[in-house]
Each structure stands twice: as structure tokens, then as C-alpha cells.
Write a protein that binds this ligand. Structure first.
Ligand code: AVJ
Length: 321
């Protein structure tokens, strides 16, 4: 029944590996060690993230889902009766996608994700639910500006960027990404994007430091991945997970902290860390309605409608190019 799934556009798995190596070596060589958050998502990391989305403390996924469910009809009316090519950035398991696909007219679906293996699995599931929908999976880092498969045709495009993934980027990078999405999608396009909201610090920190330790495992999986894929010798037993709220920058930061002085190799290069030193592994920026609108406008998108939950935890914004 997977006849509508077109071949995975696997542009550059080798390039991806080389980029991982570069990012890790560069990141560990800095005075303040930092590795970009996108490298969390190997197959194991993508699975752990799915587990995070089901944690009692991690409210974003279920809140965004409830927003999309509550406003599906209105969303459908706003988007209108034209068929759109839906392009999902960082599609992952694509669990929220049916909420959108059921509400609008879709000519084709283009999920873009950095983990091709994970992408193939989620496309199978979607293809069973939508046997007539053409699906064009693209394995790519959407941060690098993806090109759409030409077969998708000339329909207007609807970008779908749920989950508050935009929060991983610092404002300047977020602006660049929004502009690059506008270029990818064209001037006759819409964007449906999720933002996590600024809220009580305890609630935010709990969402990134859960009682079951799943987020800790997700964070530390990055070190395990470096050991496996880049011939690393990082002593995993010396590492602990940290999640802190940076109020000045309105973001949750995740770090991997070392409990003792350590020395290790990656790709034949030697690195040291003092006890208490960290590798900064993620930023998750939080927004209020104004800062989200300002960011969208700077990125070339005009906000049309904001959808929120009753507790003001999360928001989904529909914008046009
Ligand atoms: C997938 C980037 C939206 O920032 O909340 C979850 C990733 N990191 N728990 C987020 C994440 C730790 C997540 N995003």
C-alpha cells in the first residue's frame, strides 16, 4: 500500500556525517564547549525524543496537539479550498501531521528530516492512512535550505513547523531559517508554526529534567553517539544531565556536565574537561505573542492568526509569505 511513497531523497548522508564530525570537533575545541542540538537525532535519539513527548512533565506536544484539534475547522477555513503541498520541517514521527492533513486539501506531502531511517518509518504509517497522497520524503538538515522535489507541482505551499523546534535556534539563526523557508516555499505560501511560551520557571525546568530521566538519557545519548560514530572515548560514567532557565535570553539550556576531571579522544584528537565543566547541547527559546510575531516578521512572514490553549502554555501561528 506504500505505492504513493516516492524514493527517499537521500541527498547527502556522507555530507551529514562529515558535518557531524566538524560540528563536534569545532564545538569541543571552544573555550565554552557546545554542540548543535540537531545531532541529538540519530535513530536512538529520535526514539528517546518520542518518549519525551509522552512524559507527564513535557507539556508542549500534548498542548500543541490539543490546539490543533480544537482549531482544525477554523484552520481549514483560513487555509481555504485550494490544494497545498504540505512541507513539514523536521518531521520526525509526524504524529501531528494527520491533524493538519484531515483539515485541509493536500496535493502532496513533503516531510524533511535529518534521520532518513526514522523518516521512512513514519512515511509508511502515513501512507497507510492516506493511500492516495503522494509522499516525497527528503532526508536533509532543513537548516541548510532544502530544495523541494520538482514533481510536487506548482501548487501553493504550506510549511508546517510544529513542536517549537524554532526554539532551538538563537534569534539570528531563527530569522535566517524563516527566510530560507520562505525561499523554499515561495511567495504564494503559508506557514503554520508552533512556539512554546514563556511561563513559570519550575514548570519549564521540570519539562527538561523529568523524574524518569528520559531527557537525561536523550542528552547523554549525544556523548554515546560521538563515541560510536567518531571513535570517541568519552567516559560516559562521568557525565550528568543539566537543564537550566536562562532568564535574560528566555531559554532553557541543556548541558552535559562532567562530575570529575576527564580526558578523552574524538577522531584522534585529545580533549580535557574540568570537574563541573559542561558541553552546552541545546537551547530551547520561549516566546510570548509579541516576540513570536516580531521574529516571524523579521523572517519574512506576516502573522495571520494565533491559536492558543486555555492555560497559555503554547501557541500555533498561521502566517503568510
Ligand atoms: C524538539 C526542539 C522542540 O526544545 O522542547 C525536548 C527538544 N529537548 N526535551 C524542545 C527537547 C529536550 C524539543 N524540540
Amino acid at each position: 500500500m506504500a505505492t504513493a511513497i516516492h524514493d527517499l531523497v537521500d541527498t547527502d548522508r556522507d555530507a551529514l556525517r562529515a558535518q557531524f564530525r566538524r560540528d563536534v570537533l569545532t564545538g569541543l575545541s571552544q573555550p565554552r564547549k557546545a554542540i548543535p542540538a540537531r545531532w541529538f537525532y540519530d535513530h536512538r535519539g529520535s526514539e528517546l525524543f518520542e518518549e519525551i513527548t509522552r512524559l507527564p512533565e513535557y507539556y508542549p506536544t500534548r498542548t500543541e496537539t490539543s490546539i490543533l484539534m480544537a482549531h482544525a475547522t477554523r484552520l481549514g477555513r483560513l487555509i481555504g479550498a485550494r490544494h497545498h503541498v504540505v512541507v513539514e520541517f523536521g518531521a520526525g514521527s509526524a504524529t501531528k501531521t494527520p491533524l493538519l492533513l484531515d483539515a485541509i486539501w493536500t496535493a502532496a506531502y513533503v516531510p524533511i528530516d535529518i534521520s532518513g531511517e526514522f523518516l521512512s518509518e513514519s512515511c509508511e504509517t502515513l501512507a497507510q492512512r492516506y493511500p492516495d497522497l503522494p509522499i516525497y520524503p527528503v532526508e536533509a538538515d532543513f537548516m541548510e535550505g532544502a530544495t523541494l522535489p520538482p514533481q510536487v507541482g506548482a501548487h501553493p505551499r504550506l510549511g508546517f513547523f510544529p513542536g517549537s523546534t524554532i526554539g532551538n535556534m538563537e534569534p539570528m539563526a531563527a530569522t535566517d531559517l524563516l527566510r530560507s523557508m520562505r525561499r523554499t516555499l515561495g511567495s504564494d505560501s503559508l506557514l503554520l508554526i508552533g512556539f512554546d511560551r514563556i511561563k513559570d520557571e519550575r514548570e519549564l525546568v521540570a519539562a527538561y529534567d523529568d523524574a524518569q530521566g528520559v531527557t537525561a538519557a536523550f542528552n547523554l545519548n549525544l556523548a554515546a553517539r560521538i563515541n560510536q560514530e567518531l571513535g570517541g572515548t568519552i567516559p560516559l560514567d562521568a557525565l550528568v544531565h543539566r537543564a537550566i532557565w536562562n532568564d535574560a535570553r528566555a531559554r532553557i539550556e541543556m548541558h552535559i556536565e562532567t562530575t570529575r576531571d576527564i580526558a578523552f579522544d574524538v577522531c584522534g584528537r585529545r580533549f580535557t574537561m574540568r570537574a563541573g565543566e559542561t558541553i552546552h547541547t541545546e537551547n530551547s527559546h520561549k516566546y510570548d505573542p509579541r516576540s513570536a510575531d516580531t521574529l516571524l516578521l523579521a523572517g519574512g512572514w506576516e502573522p495571520l492568526q494565533r491559536f492558543c490553549d486555555g492555560s497559555e502554555k503554547f501557541m500555533v501561528i498561521l502566517a503568510r509569505a
